[in-house]
Each structure stands twice: as C-alpha cells, then as structure tokens.
Write a protein that binds this ligand. Structure first.
Ligand code: ATP
Length: 414
C-alpha cells in the first residue's frame, strides 16, 4: 500500500471533504490530526465506515470545538481526559489526544501520557486497528502509518494483539476480539488465541465494571452475526459464567429465532428488540432495562400456564384471554419457544387480527342502552367475547346483543 494508494482511497471516500476540513483546521490551529483505527481498516477492506476516529497531537477538545463552530456541528461530549465527540447531523466523529498508556497492573486504569500520533498506535487493541493516516488539509493525506503490520494481517484476514499482556491489561479486548473476528470473518492469530484463552482462564474479565461489560455485550448483540459471536463466547468458556442457567437448554436454537421474531413483531407495530428478546431466551434479565425486566417477569413465569391455555383455546376469545395481558417481548419469547407452526398459529392470529378487534359500540353507548353502573364493563366484555368469536358481524347485531343481555340482567340472568 503506497502513500498514493491510501491517498486515492481517502479522496474517493464519502467523508473525503470532511477529513480535508479537519486536517486544514488542525494545521491552522498548530496541531496535527490523523484518521485512525476502524475507519482506516474498513477503508482498506473496501467498506466505507460511518464512524470516524481522529487522533490529535495537541488538544483534541479544542480542535473538536473549533470544528463544531466551523461546520455547524454539535459538541456532544468533551472530557477533561482529552476526548471529544462531535455530531454533524447523523455523523459522529470521535476526537482523542494522542497518548501512550501504561498499566501499572492488569486491569488497572491506564496511566496516560501525551504522545505523538505514531506512538499512539502502540496502545491500540489489534494490529488492523493500529493504522492511521495524517490529515494534511490542502496537502491532502499523509502516508499510511502501520507500525504493527496491520496491512499484512488485513491481507491474511487475521486478528492479532500488539503485545502479550494486551488482554490482561484491558480484558474488554477479549469481547472486542470476538466481536470483530465475527464481523470481519477474520481468524484469531494462533498466539493471540492462546493469550485470549489464558486471559479468560485467569478471570481478569470479571473485574470489568458492569457498565463496560454491558457496553461490550450490547455492541456484540448489535452485530449482524451476533449469534455466531455468542457461540464463540461459549467456545471460549465465557458463555456459562455470563449467562449460566441457559446452557442446559437449546439456547443457540432459540437465539437463531430471535431476529425473525423481532422482524415479525416490529412489523406488526409491537415493541420488541433483539437484545431484550435474547435476554429472555438466555434468562439473562440483566440484558433488559431493569424496569422492563421487573414488569415482564410475572408474565414469563406464567408462560407454562399460558401455553396450556392456548392449547385448549378452541375459540378466538380464549386465545385473546390467554394473550391479551402479555407484554410484547414475552409474547415474542412465547412465539420462539413454541415447538412448531401449529403452536404458533394462535399467537399469529392474536397479533395480526384478534388484538385489533373492538366492538362498534362504545362503553358510553352500552351505558345508554343498559344504564350506567358496574354492569357496563361486564357487558362490554361479553360483547367483546362474542365479537371475537365472530357472532356479531354488524352494529345492529351488537345493539340487539346488549339489549338481550340488559333485559336478562334485569331478570337476574347476568
Ligand atoms: P467499530 O467498527 O466497531 O466501531 P472501531 O475499530 O472503530 O470498530 P471503536 O470502538 O470505535 O472501534 O474504537 C476506535 C479505535 O480505538 C479502535 O479502532 C482501536 O484502535 C481503539 N480502541 C478501542 N477500544 C480499545 C481498547 N479497549 N483497547 C485498545 N484500543 C482500543
């Protein structure tokens, strides 16, 4: 990869003029800026990434602030640790001051020292991410900086860490490795894989804060090939400690059904998302927002009863009665655990048809016919039951039905 080649790739990418403006502003303010990491990696792989990471020799926060004024962007975050996040419409650009990181002991927070852009590349996670190109404003783009052999590893589709202590220093890299290897369809280099296994065995990952661990898991679950990443978690012995009880069941088979279920339920306007549904399949309630987890737990625990009710539901109103109180994520989970199409059929019918059924008469109209009072709700429910079973096709049928019931009620029939 010559300087000309990388320059041409950058000139032809959709973010070219933005990168040129970042470079020009860095030069004007006496700093240096380079595009780094995943953006360069993906560019070399022939895919344009939306996410841009900029490393700055000088103040990253000042540069981000200047660009936010110049490009009418929004400075979303600016931290005292020399990082900033700039939003330009939908595009997000991360800025970080070039630095070296030193870990006093594995898992410690790194001691950070300002450094040059080439030095900064040595604190990165994988060789294919330790790539940068300086942004030279009007002079275009600098040569590709690749001090760790990232281009060679890209060619061999191989993920390699930069030094033997990398996973111990920062165990989130274990999750990053599995996520990235799955996304890029790369294999772990032999020594890297060995070190990853050792790092998992040494349990250092248990010291990752729950917020960071959740962030890593969320990112993993956001990947197109997330089920395969879960299989890797199992293969490397991380799955059981993370999701313990689910292992005895057919968890992978369930996870394979999550995306089709999400597609069906969201297509019907019901709020079901992948990570929440995966959380239910794995009995990993921590993957769901705490309030939602609390709300839906009783419905999950009742599912064996619900399945029995559904199996005996010989009329539509019984299907409705079995499912009407079940929150959408649990309904989707029920759909997943059903053994076959036959068992799923009433759920589909409920979602597509029955839950939309409403009597033509309102409660006020029923009250006008029957007199107000507690019987209105009862009459409404009976009306709905009959309507669900298809016994009241017209509004006139509904009026007659209410009239009859109201009359029976006055004669003590209700
Ligand atoms: P993605 O395509 O998933 O966004 P990315 O490579 O751009 O991948 P980011 O999480 O945006 O990943 O991080 C940007 C860059 O920062 C990475 O390319 C890598 O060089 C570096 N980086 C991120 N996390 C770590 C880490 N835990 N240890 C070392 N370097 C990291």
């Amino acid at each position: 990869m010559t300087a000309k080649d990388i320059g041409r790739l950058l000139e032809n990418c959709p973010s070219s003029s933005l990168l040129a403006q970042i470079g020009a502003q860095a030069r004007r303010s006496g700093s240096r800026a380079a595009v780094v990491g995943g953006f360069v990696r993906d560019l070399l792989l022939g895919t344009a990434s939306q996410d841009i990471d900029i490393v700055v020799e000088g103040s990253a926060v000042v540069l981000a602030r200047q660009l936010s004024g110049l490009l009418q962007g929004r400075l979303v975050k600016a931290s005292p640790f020399g990082t900033a996040l700039l939003a330009l419409g939908d595009q997000k650009i991360d800025f970080a001051a070039a630095r070296t990181e030193y870990y006093a002991h594995p898992g410690a927070l790194p001691v950070v020292t300002p450094a040059s852009i080439p030095q900064d590349l040595f604190r990165r996670d994988f060789t294919v991410n330790a790539l940068a190109v300086e942004l030279l404003g009007d002079d275009g783009f600098g040569p590709l900086l690749d001090p760790c052999g990232g281009v060679g590893d890209l060619g061999n589709r191989r993920l390699r860490i930069l030094h033997a202590g990398s996973f111990q220093d920062d165990p989130t890299r274990i999750f990053r490795a599995l996520r990235l290897a799955n996304r890029l369809k790369f294999t772990l280099d032999t020594a890297t894989e060995e070190l990853l296994r050792e790092a998992i065995k040494s349990q250092g990952w248990r010291n990752i804060s729950s917020a960071r661990l959740m962030r890593e898991l969320r990112l993993m679950f956001d990947e197109p090939d997330w089920v395969s990443a879960c299989r890797d978690l199992e293969r490397y012995g991380l799955f059981a400690p993370l999701f313990g009880p689910a292992l005895t069941e057919d968890w992978a088979g369930k996870l394979e059904k999550v995306d089709p279920a999400v597609e069906f339920f969201t297509g019907q306007g019901l709020a079901v998302d992948r990570i929440g549904l995966a959380g239910l399949c794995l009995k990993a309630y921590f993957l769901l927002p705490a309030r939602l987890a609390r709300q839906i737990r009783p419905a999950v625990e009742r599912l064996p009863d619900t399945r029995r009710e559904l199996a005996g539901a010989d009329r539509p109103h019984k299907i409705f009665a079995a499912l009407a109180q079940i929150p959408p994520p649990v309904l989707a989970y029920l759909w997943i655990i059903c053994q076959n199409g036959e068992e799923q059929r009433p759920i589909r019918r409920y979602v597509e048809e029955l839950r939309h059924v409403k009597p033509g008469l309102s409660a006020a109209q029923i009250a006008a016919q029957s007199g107000s009072g507690p019987q209105v709700k009862m009459l409404y429910n009976k009306l709905l039951t009959a309507k669900l079973d298809g016994r009241l096709p017209t509004l006139e049928d509904e009026r007659e039905f209410i009239q009859r019931l109201a009359a029976e009620s006055t004669h003590g029939g209700l």
